[in-house]
Design a protein around this ligand. Structure first.
Ligand SMILES: [Zn+2]
Length: 127
């Protein structure tokens, strides 16, 4: 089995008096839930499904031995901002070669709009 936890946001480890152990993983998408051991359920109801599963296994005698965050939740807003950026971004500033960044509603020279701006010199270009 591949031991890759990049996709896991939070893990709950449950133990039964018989020594049986299961783990509930909430994925970084905030939706996918996987149970390792037990009945091996998988759902996509996010945190509220985790609570439901914890309650269900608690009724069967399991208790939460530990729970800990693994990765930060996926930042969907950050993704969206990157997607908003126009595709024809210059690789670098034509004047000085420094990276160029996207500026939304930039105001300069009595004009307002989206622009590429150099992070170093004063070079800029309206989009
Ligand atoms: Zn520049």
């Amino acid at each position: 089995m591949i031991d890759n936890t990049d996709h896991i946001q939070h893990t709950w480890n449950l133990t039964h008096p018989t020594g049986d152990q299961i783990a509930i993983d909430l994925w970084t998408d905030g939706e996918s839930v996987r149970v390792e051991g037990g009945r091996g359920e998988s759902t996509d109801g996010g945190r509220k499904d985790v609570d439901r599963l914890l309650e269900k296994y608690a009724l069967r005698g399991y208790w939460v031995e530990s729970d800990y965050p693994v990765n930060d939740p996926h930042d969907w807003d950050a993704d969206k901002q990157v997607d908003d950026e126009p595709a024809d971004k210059p690789d670098e500033c034509p004047e000085c070669g420094h990276p160029v960044e996207y500026a939304r509603n930039h105001v300069a020279d009595h004009r307002q709009g989206d622009a590429w701006l150099c992070t170093d010199c004063r070079w800029g270009e309206w989009i």
